[in-house]
Design a protein around this ligand. Sequence first.
Ligand code: C2E
Ligand code: MG
Ligand code: MG
Ligand code: MG
Length: 290
Amino acid sequence: AAKAAGRDTVTLFSGELRAAAQRRLHVTTELRDAIAAGQLVVHYQPLLHLRTRTVTGVEALVRWQHPERGLLPPAEFVPVAEASGLVDELTRWVLATVSRDAAEWDAMGLPLTAAVNISATHMGSGTLVSDVTAALASSGLRPERLVLELTETSVAEDPERAAEQFAELRVSGIEVSIDDFGSGFSCLGQIVSMPAGILKIDKSLVQGIAGSGHKQASQSAAAVETVVSLAKACGMRSVAEGVETPEQLATVAALGCTYAQGFVIARPMPAEDLPRWLGARSRRRAALAG
Ligand code: C2E
Ligand code: MG
Ligand code: MG
Ligand code: MG
């Protein structure tokens, strides 16, 4: 009986694995077609420069306008793209789209920096620098307008390779940012020695600041303060991400963060909404200064 049960378990298990693999394959095929069919869209979330209270840049966040399932967040398809080797193609599409949008804003008198998220696998594939250069060349966007975000964890996977490519990108004038800092268990020394210009403080640290118990709030504020001074000591700028409340915004500003990003400032929005949003914001500020 035990033998039979064992066999059943094995059958069931491989059945589940097969189903999971088939699902992944299905999403992969669908996603490949989606890129070609123009179903991917980029939304942009503003970054607020805290000292001047001006919006100086945006982060590009990809979405999939799925014909049946609606607007899908990156968590639903970016991991599949990474696992199936499709992510470089996806990123090339994002880079081209973002460069075109940013060049257009520039021409409208809106000189914003635009940050693009890059997967660890892309850094390993060896085409990152040429893919970025190609997007800049075809859009005419100045390299100074482009920022590439790589997570702390993906940098830690191969720090030497990351350092090489970061250096190469920065020589070309492209800024590099370390995303989700404080969310992983990477070697601090390694991360701060990276040739990157921006450190993005993970939202788990930022969101601990206000709303929760007093003790945790002061500990989170201390953690954010430490990262801010670490960034300063390394000649890096800092971004507080996931800022949701006015209290969190006031705290990260008081702690000396360079930029803030989060729902309290704006949610990610389609490219065509951004100029209008920026216009409304500056009119509101002018009226307040009144
Ligand atoms: P990320 O780069 O850390 O991006 C920030 C995420 O936090 C975004 O989620 C954004 O919508 C969300 N967010 C912003 N402000 C707030 C806030 O105040 N509160 C909360 N709770 N969340 C906030 P999103 O768009 O779902 O993206 C998730 C992740 O997917 C990104 O994290 C990034 O790692 C990845 N991703 C997004 N776009 C791309 C892309 O084009 N390529 C690659 N490879 N990855 C991408
Ligand atoms: Mg990011
Ligand atoms: Mg992040
Ligand atoms: Mg993330």
